[in-house]
Write a protein that binds this ligand. Sequence first.
Ligand code: C2E
Ligand code: CA
Ligand code: CA
Length: 898
Amino acid sequence: MPNLSPPAHRDIDPAGIRREQLRLLFDVLPSALTASLVNTLLLSWVLYPITDSFLLLGWLSASLAISAYRFYLLRRFRPIADSDFEPSACSRAFFTGTLLAGMSWGFAGYVLFPQESGVHQIFVAFVIAGMTAGAAVTLAPMWRMAAAFMLPSVSLVVLRLLSLDWEVAPVMALMGLLFLATAMLIARRSYLFTLESIRIRFSRKETIAALAESNERTRRLLEGTADGIFGIDNDGVTSFVNPSATRMLGYSAEELVGKNNHAMIHHSHADGRPYPKDECRMLAPLIDGLPQQVDDEVLWRKDGSSFPAEYSATPLFSGDEVVGAVISFRDISERRHTDEALRLAATAFEAHEAIAITDLQGNILRINQAFTDITGYAEEEVLGHNPSILQSGRHGADFYEELWRTLNLSGHWEGEIWNRRKSGEVYPEWLSITAVRDEGGAVTHYIAHFQDITERKQAEAHIEYQAYFDALTELPNRRMLLERMEQEISRSRRHGHYGAVLFLDLDRFKTINDSLGHAVGDALLKEVAARIRRTLREEDMAARLGGDEFVVLLSELGDDPEHAAEAGREVAEKLRGVLAGNYDLEGRRLHTSPSIGIALFPLGDEGASDLLKQADIAMYRAKEQGRNAVHFYLPSMELDADERLILETDLRRALGEGGEMTLYYQPQLQSDGRLVGAEALVRWRHPQRGMLGPGEFLPVAEASGLLGELGEWVLGEACRALSRWQTEGLNVFPLAVNISPIQLQQENFVERVEQSLRESGADPQRLELEITEEMLLREQEKSIAKMHALRRDGVRFSIDDFGTGYSSLAYLRRLPATTLKIDRTFVTDVHVNANDAAIAETIISMGRHLEMMVLAEGVENAEQLSFLAERGCEVFQGYYFSRPLEESAFLAYAREHL
Ligand code: C2E
Ligand code: CA
Ligand code: CA
């Protein structure tokens, strides 16, 4: 409730009173001056005929001067009398003026006293008595002033009377003194009265000011307080409400005042149960007159929401009777949250994670139960100690320095650390340390949390093992293999050496697994893994991809690709030998063999999975060619699967129906421009895709097993062309035909070629078969025998793409080939790249040595031509002379250049 107690008594300011007195004096001064002036002039005029005029004029001018001075005072001080001016100077001047005026009238009574004329005497006495009486009234506000006027004015007249030798003079003097005393008394009383009334007025003014101030204070208190406050009368009707209350409740003051607010803000409990008015603790003081303090209820806002509130209800009394109550309330949701947060923090502190709190110096202030559980130290053993008692000695000083540096810099450190339990056991923990800062940002504490991660680490190691190893064979799995391959590839690139990836697949494994059961299958895989491991060098890696697929990674096979291929091949053959054969497993004897694909690296910019795919493709080739074989990867083996399927269907149809396949012929010339032969290159006039080159469909043909059929058509068509040209008398030969590995490996290859020649009637001597080095890598002896057989018929052989394969000179010597074709890749830069030039030169000299003709493919300009011709190359093929041409165009070209 507002404090309305009376204002504290204040001493009345004496200067203020003097100012008030002076103000009253100035108020009447104009009339006093007027009266004085009138009386002065009147007196002069009356006395003039009987008085010494010099004396009279002297008095008159002195009187007028005094009046002027007092008038000046009026002008000077009256305007400031309302303000807080300093009264002493003013009152001194006023006193002087008043004294002079009193003396001037006393002088008039003494000097100008008309001794001879009784009538004039009476006049003078009247004037002076009148002036004195007036002064008693007008100067009464300041007793001093009244005295200053009256004493000289009357006493001089009294003195004058005593100086006369009149009989009545002493009596008259006595009467004068009596008058003076009476006037002084009246003035004094009037003075006291005035003073009192001034005092009363002053104190009332101050009381009012103090009251207003007190009210203002109360109002500000009510409005400024954060607590909601409202008053109710003894019927529970709201009588006033402060702004905080309206803000918190969402109602305006008008909506609350004059109403019974229980139904508005206090109708229900927190859980929604209704809160009957007669149970309301807020209203209880109205009944029992006792104050209430409540902190477990809610108040309701206008919008229907509620907030937890704490309130006090205080009864108001008038005498013994309760006349109302004042309710003060506050929203305690914040406090509830804090309580909750504290409770949560306390719970969290006793969590599963160990926690230690240290001061700035690192002394432990608090730990939790988990800390004791993990470290074995009880609270009293570590309080006040540094956590360094836990150090395991496994980390050097640098480690802790780095830890503190990070912590000081970022306020946080987290990581794995080895600590020691009380028992001496060293264990790994995951530790995170956080610096706690005060509001100013200065670090005050550190909080360390940690978990024992022994089990986690074991699990991780296990998971890691599982992630990288195959459970059955305990060989590394695909993931580990790929990681190692990536490392190996980039290492090889850096150091300029080669490596190889061998892709192994067991032949007929599925049949074994299906017919003999998984146990046998698993045992077989384990045995295969063991055999592979036994065969490999320490630095090589064997991995199992899944099923019956194994991969071997051979690293550091030297800086020569040919040698690396040789080495890869050797290992592959060795593996093939070790794995092919009998297995005695679970009382059974089985037989299996591997198909192995090899991909060398680094050849281009392929990554690990590319390489794996290449080796896989090569492995398929090995399988297609009769299993238990080793096959190198060739770039032409790849093609997108979907594309492959579509093309395959088309190709099958094209080969069946005929008419879409055609041969183009590319001339082969001597350096003097004379045509000496041609190469037949297949084209597919695809009804939708237009003319397709062999690069676009040969891989499909190969993958779908159509290559043999295609090759037979090409061979047949080439022979027919030869025979046509023969009968036309055109001596264009030899005509070279590209032979695919599939064809060469066909058992009846020799017969088929012979048949084609026979059926077409072409001269075998005019036919040349192009084979590549790789084609001879497997089934070498058989292939060489087939070549010899055909060679005896007169058919010629050329080694295509020579230089890209891995054949040795000794090996080449056994081949009944007649021509070496320098691969296009060496020709392209032969005149600018010393390396390519050296290869080309070597091939040329090898050819001479082996008595073979050397042909350069892909000659595109005169520079290449002259460079190669100068070094002994005899025949050339390439765009520089002509692109592959369709038959009629070719024949026209041939007629020109024969
Ligand atoms: P290849 O046996 O090395 O044939 C030479 C390839 O080089 C041809 O490509 C030819 O058009 C191209 N060529 C010739 N001169 C130049 C030149 O100056 N510059 C450039 N950049 N290229 C030149 P094509 O016809 O696309 O044949 C690609 C490959 O397809 C052949 O390489 C061959 O391995 C294979 N191929 C072509 N026809 C047959 C076929 O009837 N049977 C089989 N099995 N393979 C074939
Ligand atoms: Ca060729
Ligand atoms: Ca070639």
